[in-house]
Design a binder for this molecule. Structure first.
Ligand SMILES: Nc1nc2c(c(=O)[nH]1)N[C@H]1C(S)=C(S)[C@@H](COP(=O)(O)OP(=O)(O)OC[C@H]3O[C@@H](n4cnc5c(=O)[nH]c(N)nc54)[C@H](O)[C@@H]3O)O[C@H]1N2
Ligand SMILES: Nc1nc2c(c(=O)[nH]1)N[C@H]1C(S)=C(S)[C@@H](COP(=O)(O)OP(=O)(O)OC[C@H]3O[C@@H](n4cnc5c(=O)[nH]c(N)nc54)[C@H](O)[C@@H]3O)O[C@H]1N2
Ligand SMILES: [Mo]
Length: 671
């Protein structure tokens, strides 16, 4: 029996450190590694489910090829011959831009990004930019601060006040939530701003229900109060910011009275929020990823950042406008792993607009897709349009663990190794700054192969030498990928294997403690020409969300905000497979139920201009009147795949999918 340390590879803030017990080649248990302080003594239900998933009877263990509409088992030799053959044929007929490689955050290790190196080594492909996840907020904070850095979780213990803004840590970041609880026990006042009264509300002193997509206006109204009452940090404003004069001018029209109806919050409450925030320094704002999934998401985040700048809550313990952490990546050589150093000539499209690309791109059209670490037919906007467009692509390959909707729609399915079946470096937590080496703990199930091995062999078959310039073994690749860290600290792969989870240099520092920002002139930018170039706004102006303010849609009967947040019990669509018994639900307020003559438990159809789903309905005051909430992640055959309804609209900056800017209607479905 032995115990090994690794990390959970799920797409999550907390990336838990895990202790895995193995006996005679079998994983016996997965437990939290309390030597990594963020993990402490807890892992979540999804972390525990790794054990079930690795030995799940539905796990894909052999390559499968679709012939006459159904899958038959083939050996690796044949699978790679066919895949390589299609790549060569596509290259000859159309050139590299007819190849599309899709991937997402389905796995947070470094090594699997080597797939991109293969396509780079071919000279380029059709590749995505932007994000399904966090792009608008990243762009906004880059314009304001020059880089995206969050305070460590434990720094909440230094805060006197915390605003959780459009974020639901009770469900989506349980370790962050436990620090929030401690902060509250420590005397901090906690305020939650969200249209939905989520589980996080139970740990807040005050819950503020806001109208969706209007947070930018609320932030500007709070800024108006702070400026008028003189609750600003003059030293910070004069010494470290640019464009305060212009910003102050913009605020004039955002009085609490003028803004109240738009945001759905009484003027007195807006005023009090501003006063409480500005006079209880150090005060932290935790900016959610949910908040920026609106067409105005970038400007919203910029307006909230501005509150921290006005009040001088930047660079001090207990303060900050913390969104996500994006700093450790500078210690890893992504260009080398992904082959960006080979200068591929890619053709780009925004990730959220996959359907349009598959349908509309010509010269050349997309003729081959390789998909891995993602389930785009369920998670990307586009619904039936995307499914039809995907079907029409001549050859599609998906690497997977299970027969997801995307795998099932592909022509070749490759069985990938689970994280416990290969070595990797885990670094991609959105919350903390630890790097963990995870060894191969057990042999792969059946004939499963790692993506690294698959592409190494393909490169060899196709004679692509640039790809193999990464060395002979996976260890060579990983050692190369962590070279910047090795240069900076002397820690190499071998020493990391011994040390266990390693806090990156400066990983727990208070961001911007020296108040020197990475904006070029060193100042915090209220006014940003770069933001103007991308979004049309140099200042964080409030812009109405596009669909939520479309009166013609209301007139056509689409009255309700369709919101699809992240579920507690699954990471996106991942845990919907072993949880087949679960049924989808749409949540509506009693008033919405009465308007549509719907009773608790009724079967309903929820539709937008683009498509519909059918689910059971739960009546709950947690959601506001005029909203329909269905958690994201439901598979196509559940009848409730939410992206049937969402638009492929992008945010004002960062090319982020604006999933939550969506209007719907709800009708009782007669039996
Ligand atoms: N259990 C679990 N954990 C996860 C994930 C998961 O799928 N399951 N996914 C991981 C990933 S990839 C991500 S990106 C994060 C997401 O983490 P979060 O940002 O916490 O998640 P969301 O569910 O997108 O949205 C959070 C909240 O934003 C609110 N919101 C929506 N629109 C508005 C608005 O206009 N104004 C305000 N103030 N609030 C609004 C929603 O009502 C929701 O309660 O979670 C990560 N953690
Ligand atoms: N309506 C709506 N849609 C959303 C969101 C929303 O809030 N609302 N949230 C968006 C967000 S924030 C995100 S991050 C995306 C997530 O979008 P996706 O990443 O596409 O979602 P997942 O369901 O996590 O699918 C990941 C798949 O990768 C597979 N996988 C995991 N590890 C590996 C591996 O090592 N190798 C291979 N080959 N496969 C692996 C899993 O089995 C799973 O099927 O969804 C977005 N979609
Ligand atoms: Mo995400």
């Amino acid at each position: 029996m032995k115990q090994l340390t690794t990390a959970c590879p799920h797409d999550c803030f907390d990336q838990c450190s895990l202790l895995v017990t193995v006996d005679q080649g079998k994983v016996l248990s997965i437990k939290p590694n309390s030597r990594q302080p963020v993990t402490g003594s807890t892992i979540c239900s999804k972390g525990k489910k790794h054990l079930e998933r690795i030995y799940h009877p539905d796990r894909l263990c052999h390559p499968l090829l679709k012939r006459s509409g159904s899958f038959t088992r083939v050996d690796w030799q044949e699978a790679l011959e066919i895949m390589g053959g299609w790549i060569e044929y596509t290259l000859q007929k159309y050139g590299p831009h007819a190849l599309l490689h899709f991937f997402d955050g389905g796995y947070s290790g470094l090594k699997k990004n080597v797939e991109s190196r293969f396509f780079s080594a071919l000279g380029g492909s059709t590749a995505h930019y932007g994000s399904l996840c966090w792009g608008a907020g990243l762009a906004a904070q880059k314009y304001d601060f020059g880089a995206v850095k969050a305070h460590p979780y434990h720094d909440l213990l230094n805060s006197r006040l915390v605003i959780i803004w459009g974020k639901n840590p009770a469900d989506t970041a349980i370790h962050h939530q436990s620090y929030l609880k401690k902060a509250r026990e420590n005397g901090a006042r906690v305020i939650l701003i969200d249209p939905i009264k989520t589980a996080t509300a139970a740990s807040a002193d005050q819950y503020v229900r806001i109208k969706p997509g209007t947070d930018g206006a609320l932030a500007l109204a709070m800024a108006n109060v702070m400026v008028n009452k003189g609750l600003v940090d003059h030293e910070f404003l004069t010494g470290h910011t640019r464009g305060y004069g212009e910003f102050k001018e913009l605020l004039k029209e955002y009085t609490p009275q003028a803004t109240s109806e738009l945001v759905g919050i009484a003027p007195g409450v807006i005023e009090q929020l501003a006063v409480d925030y500005a006079s209880n320094s150090p005060a932290a704002i935790l900016i959610g990823i949910g908040l920026q999934r609106h067409s105005n998401g970038g400007n919203t985040v910029r307006a909230i950042d501005a509150l921290a700048a006005l009040s001088g809550n930047i660079g001090i313990p207990g303060g900050g406008a913390s969104y996500v952490n994006f700093r450790i990546t500078r210690y890893l050589d992504h260009d080398y792993i992904s082959g960006a150093d080979l200068n591929p000539r890619n053709r780009y499209y925004p990730k959220g607009q996959l359907a349009g690309v598959l349908k509309d791109f010509q010269d050349p059209p997309v003729a081959f897709v390789y998909n891995s670490r993602a389930n785009p037919l369920v998670q990307v906007p586009g619904g039936s349009d995307l499914i039809r467009a995907y079907e029409r692509v001549p050859f599609k390959v998906t690497a997977e663990f299970f027969m997801t909707d995307t795998a099932a729609a592909s022509d070749l399915v490759l069985p990938a190794t689970y994280f416990l079946e290969e070595e990797d470096l885990y670094f991609n937590s959105m919350g903390h700054q630890y790097l963990t080496y995870g060894p191969k703990v057990v042999e792969p199930a059946g004939e499963c192969r790692s993506e690294y091995e698959i592409f190494k062999e393909l490169a060899c078959r196709l004679g692509i030498e640039n790809f193999t310039a990464t060395g002979e073994s996976a260890d060579d690749l990983l050692a190369g990928g962590m070279k910047p860290l090795t240069y900076a600290t002397g820690i190499d792969l071998e020493s990391l294997k011994e040390t266990g989870p390693l806090l990156f240099p400066g990983g727990d520092d208070i961001p911007w403690a020296d108040r020197k920002f990475e904006t070029g002139d060193g100042q915090y930018h209220f006014y940003s020409e770069a933001a103007e170039d991308e979004s049309g706004d140099a200042l964080p102006r409030y812009r109405e969300p596009v669909e939520l303010s479309d009166r013609s849609l209301y007139e056509e009967g689409y009255h309700y905000w369709f919101v699809t947040p992240h579920p507690r019990d699954s990471i996106h669509s991942i845990h919907r497979l072993p949880d087949r018994q679960k049924t989808p639900e749409a949540y509506i307020h009693p008033q919405t139920a009465a308007e549509n003559k719907i009773k608790n438990g009724d079967f309903v159809r929820v539709s937008s201009k683009r498509g519909s789903i059918e689910t059971n309905c739960i009546i709950s005051e947690r959601v506001p009147p005029g909203a329909v909430m269905v958690y994201e992640g439901w598979w196509l055959n559940s009848g409730a795949a939410v992206n049937n309804l969402t638009a492929d609209r992008l945010t004002d900056m960062g090319a982020q999918a604006a999933y939550y800017d969506c209007l719907c209607r709800i009708d009782k479905k007669e039996a």
